[in-house]
Design a protein. Structure first.
Lengths: 227, 345
């Protein structure tokens, strides 16, 4: 908690905080098995989630505490955020809310890859070859993952200084999942962070065994299907 | 006395039969069209980089490349077969260095739209006929026609003596592999690795006769393996065509998506939600297309994989049988040569 506080102070004091690398070289490698297993189906626990409006109000307050623009001051000695700062952080909040909207995550994990499937979005992918993270590069952005202890950190770097970072933490009993999503941009003085919580659930076992094929699409059988 | 004469008569009959067979084989050899060299096409090298971490970037699907490496030689085989300019054209699981003409290939690029193959053809004498990269639209026969054309041009540039030597060298190299004691000094090897005939065995050399019969047996097995490949080709060709179509569509989508991304660079103010959303959506769309392609690759493998595995198992059994027999033939021939050359000494 204290560490988070220090980071927050540092972020507020450095304008280009959002441009700092989220995943350093040490985080990009691990030895042996992956530090944590996130595999399974997860459904959203809305009761524990952050309230977007509350987090946004907090963000406005933080901006106001550091704002150099005193024009919008409502009372002597108190600064409030400029409209530009407010709209910048509001944009980040809206994007964070949109990205974290899926109510179910399906995570598949093997020895070298973790894939987080989300409805109406691309599957977030973390690939590690020989324990070294391998990013995904495209003309539109770069996706890279790393481990911070037992936390899986995914960082998506997009043009114009836009970054989306997800930090996955699993509870000790393996039944709860916390995903902390931070959206930052070079256009906003502060990043915006939302926490989402998920509970593990077992998908009902189907009477049918199905596989995808190319010529017949999905093929199902009540017996065994050899892939 | 009579007990001695009877076996001797039957031995004479047997020798006569062998002589007749040898003579008929000689006639077949004499009548053989020198231009019509036998061609062995080895299963291609899939061209999959060893570093698995680059496969995604290079759009290489290793399992599908392995399947392509087995399928594509058949298209070349059909092309050479239809040209009616060659002897037997076979697809072989492993490169046969004693083949009269060995064609090997590496898949450099294979997506739904284009195909790039590195083709090397070497005759039994070690002369390189072709070492070239061929590229063309995937699914078009032109690329294979070009390879066939280049092979024909090279062959037409060689004289009859050279072509006859290739056939001789091929047989002698095969013989040398099986019975090095008997056939170790018929060929000269130059510094550049090419072979020339130093001397020829006698026409009625019994060892050579045995070698030819063994080679005939091995060809029967090779043809069986070839049939298996052909059968596999027939079973999965239509599914493979579907895969190629899908890959071509993916490439089209990517191009369209790039255009869409270009055109949606809106006038939204920098840092606004609309501007941020466009940046995110561009990446999202690109990833969804790539992930759909991954899903199709899995679907292709789900459908084709079991067939390929079954074929590989059968081919491995046949190859295992050949390897076992080969070792046996090798031992027997060496023993026979020893017995025949030391008899009476």
């Amino acid at each position: 908690m204290k560490r988070n506080g220090i980071i927050l102070v540092l972020c507020l004091s450095v304008t280009a905080c959002s441009q700092q690398p989220v995943i350093d070289a040490a985080m990009m490698r691990f030895e042996g098995a992956m530090p944590a297993d996130f595999g399974g189906s997860w459904e959203r626990n809305y009761a524990l989630d952050d309230d977007v409006n509350a987090v946004l109000r907090e963000a406005y307050y933080r901006i106001s505490q550091t704002s150099a623009d005193q024009r919008y001051s409502v009372r002597p000695g108190t600064a409030i955020a400029s409209s530009k700062d407010m709209s910048s952080v509001l944009a980040l909040a809206r994007l964070a809310e949109m990205i974290t909207r899926p109510d179910v995550l399906t995570i598949s994990q093997n020895a070298y890859e973790i894939s987080v499937a989300r409805k109406d979005d691309f599957a977030m992918t973390c690939a590690f070859y020989d324990g070294v993270a391998k990013g995904i590069d495209s003309v539109y952005g770069t996706e890279i993952c790393g481990w911070d202890g037992e936390q899986l950190v995914s960082n998506l770097i997009l043009p114009d200084g836009l970054q989306v970072t997800h930090r996955f933490t699993i509870s000790a009993d393996g039944e709860q999942l916390r995903v902390v999503t931070t959206v930052s941009s070079s256009t906003s003085r502060i990043p915006f962070t939302l926490r989402r919580f998920y509970t593990r659930f077992d998908r009902p076992t189907s009477f049918f065994n199905c596989i995808e094929t190319l010529s017949m699409k999905r093929v199902c059988s009540t017996g065994e299907i050899e892939p | 006395m009579s007990a001695f004469v009877a076996p001797r008569r039957s031995l004479l009959v047997l020798q006569a039969l062998i002589l007749l067979t040898a003579l008929s084989q000689q006639r077949v050899a004499d009548a053989r069209d020198l231009d019509a060299l036998d061609v062995s096409i080895a299963v291609f090298d899939p061209g999959v980089p060893a570093d698995a971490s680059v496969h995604r970037d290079l759009q290489v699907f290793p399992r599908i490349r392995e399947i392509e490496a087995r399928l594509l030689p058949f298209v070349l085989r059909d092309t050479l077969g239809k040209a009616n300019a060659w002897g037997a054209v076979r697809v072989v699981p492993e490169p046969d260095i004693a083949a009269e003409l060995l064609v090997s290939g590496t898949i450099i690029r294979s997506d739904g739209e284009s195909l790039e193959l590195e083709i090397r053809a070497v005759d039994a004498s070690g002369r390189v006929w072709l070492d070239k990269t061929f590229a063309g639209p995937h699914g078009s026969r032109q690329l294979y026609d070009d390879i066939a054309q280049d092979l024909l041009i090279t062959r037409d540039g060689l004289d009859d003596k050279f072509l006859a030597d290739i056939a001789e060298i091929s047989l002698l190299r095969y013989a040398n592999q099986l019975a090095p004691s008997a056939f170790g000094d018929y060929l000269n090897t130059a510094a550049d690795g090419t072979f020339t005939v130093q001397r020829l065995p006698a026409n009625n050399d019994p060892m050579l006769d045995r070698i030819e019969r063994i080679r005939g047996t091995e060809y029967v097995i090779t043809d069986t393996v070839d049939e298996r490949f052909q059968q596999l080709h027939g079973e999965i060709a239509s599914i493979y065509d579907l895969w190629r179509e899908y890959r071509a569509k993916v490439i089209k989508y990517q191009i369209q998506d790039a255009r869409r991304a270009q055109s949606t660079r809106s006038d939204a103010p920098r840092g606004s939600y609309e501007a941020l959303l466009i940046l995110y959506e561009n990446y999202k769309s690109d990833r969804i297309i790539a992930q759909e392609q991954d899903r199709l690759a899995v679907a292709f493998n789900n459908e084709v994989g079991p067939k390929v595995d079954a074929m590989e198992l059968r081919v491995a059994e046949l190859e295992g049988w050949v390897d076992q027999k080969y070792a046996e033939w090798h031992r027997l021939l060496e023993e026979l040569f020893e017995a025949e050359t030391t008899f009476g000494q």
